[in-house]
Every structure is written in C-alpha cells, then in structure tokens.
Design a protein around this ligand. Structure first.
Ligand code: BV8
Length: 253
C-alpha cells in the first residue's frame, strides 16, 4: 500500500501483471464514469429522464421516431466530446506499453480509450463520432447541413444514423472474432466497469476463464477477493488502475 493511496492491491496481482505475456481487457460504461459520463444504470437526466437507454438504442425506436433517437445521440455526442479520459483510461494505456501482447475490448462508444493513447482497441458496439447510412449501411463522412433531423445520406437520400450497434443488431463480426481470440489466448483478463448484462460482450470473461486465464474484476459492486485465478477489486477504476500500475512498474501514470 503506497503512502498516498487508500487503494489496496493484492501482491499476487502485482506479480501476475508483471509476469503476464498476453493481457486482454473488457471495459464498460463504469470506466468512463469518472470522466463525468453517466453509465447505463444511472438514471438519464433532463429531456431523456423518462427513457430507458435500451428503449432508444434500437432500430425499431429509430424507425418509429428518427428525430428523437438522432437527438439523443447528438446529446450524448456532445457530452462525450466534452469529456476527458481519466486516470483509469491512462493506466490501461500504460499497461499496454508494458505488455508483450495487449488487447482492449470496449463496449463504450465514447472513444476515450483512443484519446488516452490506447492503441489496440476493439470497439464492440461502435463509436458515436462515426455516422452510417441507415439504408446502404455504409459510413458517411459528410452531408449537407440543411437542418433536417436526422440528416439524409448524400448518395441515396436515406436517413443517417450513428455508427453504433443497437440492441437486436449483430456486432461487427471481424471485431468480435478478434475479441474472442484475445480472450482465449490471454493469460490475464481484466473486466472493468461493466455490469456484464449485455451479450455477447459479457460472455468474453467466461471464455477467458475457461481458457485458463487469471481473471481480474474491477467494479463498484463486487466483493473483494484474491485467489490465484480470480481477483475482485471493489472501487473506482480511476483509482485502482493507476495504483496497480504504480506498484507493478513504479512509474507514475
Ligand atoms: C445481438 C451501443 C444478435 C449503443 C450497446 C442472450 C441472452 C439475453 C439477451 C441476449 C442474448 N444475446 C443477445 C441478447 C440481446 C441483447 C442483450 O444482451 N440484451 C440484454 C439487455 C439482456 N444483445 C444484443 O442485442 C446484441 N446483439 O446479440 O445480436 C442477436 C440479437 C437478438 C437476439 C439474439 C442474438 C447487441 C448488444 C449491443 C447493444 N448496444 N451500446 C449505445 O451505447 O447507445 S449496449 C450498451 O449497454 C453498452 O455498450 C454496454 O454494452 C451496455 C451497458 O453495460 P455496461 O457498459 O456494463 O454499463 P452498465 O451501466 O450496465 O454498468 C456499469 C458498471 O460499472 C456497473 O457494474 C457499475 O457498478 C460499474 N461502475 C460504475 N462506476 C464505476 C464502475 N466500476 C469501476 N469504476 C467506476 N468508477
């Protein structure tokens, strides 16, 4: 326990991190909470308080009310654009710099891992800063800002939508294949800030466990536990991860 932080890191975990050849990490909304972004469990605010994210993040909701869903994403895009990566994001970038093989699999669409200089990032559920044509299902870089909400595809006139995976839609196949591979071949697997309720992302932790990896869970709602193949650390990722890096490599984050 270093002098300045109240975070306790099981010594076995520090050893496991230093000795790991291949590391895979799954993150959820919890790692961006300390950047001021609400998680999916947190009640939505203002205009959106009467909506459950699961009800807006579907193709059906978009077809029913494209303006509502587009504006919800515009609202989140603004919040995510203003947010800054936090020490938890930075610590994962530091771990990547020390690890022989490192794969960061995120459910988040906020792009904060890349802004914290993480390199090998797999976005399972897309990214809010990209836009696609709802009809042609292709990425669209620019469109005429004539005030239409949602705007229309300059090629086919179809509606534009955020490049994210909605409930009921399949994940980008190649990306999920790479995530599965990282989980199967890693010797240390972190699950950080995720409630593990959304599939198939949630199943990656079990895939890694069955493949023999040591599992590390960091969450606000987990029982502290330290055993050779499973560590559960209860607390904010933005405090625990920097302390883990400090103890493993004594270099500041
Ligand atoms: C699919 C993008 C083929 C959009 C998202 C099997 C069983 C049951 C259901 C299904 C199943 N297979 C498929 C389904 C259906 C569905 C599903 O899983 N439903 C759930 C709700 C039961 N899955 C799908 O539809 C997937 N597609 O499977 O296609 C198919 C289709 C139908 C049927 C069969 C097969 C697509 C899922 C992707 C949807 N898109 N996001 C957008 O963001 O707008 S999901 C979205 O919600 C996020 O990306 C993320 O994945 C999820 C939220 O979960 P978390 O990130 O974990 O966040 P949450 O708020 O829940 O928890 C935060 C945690 O952090 C908490 O535990 C908290 O304690 C902790 N925390 C908070 N602060 C901190 C912290 N921890 C540490 N530090 C802190 N500071």
């Amino acid at each position: 326990m270093s002098e300045q932080s109240a975070v306790s890191i099981p010594p076995g975990l520090v050893e496991a991190l230093r000795g790991a050849k291949s590391i895979a990490v799954l993150t959820g909304a919890g790692i961006s909470a300390e950047s001021g972004l609400p998680t999916f469990r947190d009640p939505q605010t203002g205009l959106w308080e009467k909506f459950r994210p699961e009800d807006l993040a579907t193709s059906e909701a978009f077809q029913r009310n494209p303006k509502l869903v587009w504006e919800w994403y515009a609202h989140r895009r603004e919040l995510m654009g203003q947010a800054q990566p936090n020490p938890g994001h930075a610590a994962l970038a530091a771990i990547e710099r020390h690890a022989a093989t490192f794969t960061l699999v995120t459910q988040n669409i906020d792009g904060l891992h890349q802004r914290a200089d993480s390199r090998n990032v797999l976005e399972l559920h897309g990214n809010i800063t990209r836009t696609r044509c709802f009809e042609e299902d292709t990425l669209v870089e620019s469109w005429s800002a004539n005030g239409e909400v949602p705007p229309h595809c300059p090629r086919c006139g179809g509606l534009l939508r955020p490049d994210v995976v909605w409930f009921g839609e399949s994940l980008p196949e190649e990306t999920f294949e790479q995530a599965l591979e990282a989980a199967i071949f890693c010797d240390l697997f972190f699950s950080i800030g995720t409630s593990g309720l959304v599939e198939p992302a949630a199943s990656l932790t079990e895939v890694a466990r069955r493949a023999g990896a040591t599992i590390v869970v960091i969450n606000l709602e987990v029982e502290p536990l330290a055993s050779p193949d499973l560590y559960q650390l209860n607390g904010p990722a933005g405090q625990i991860l920097p302390e883990l890096v400090r103890q493993a490599w004594r270099d500041e984050v």
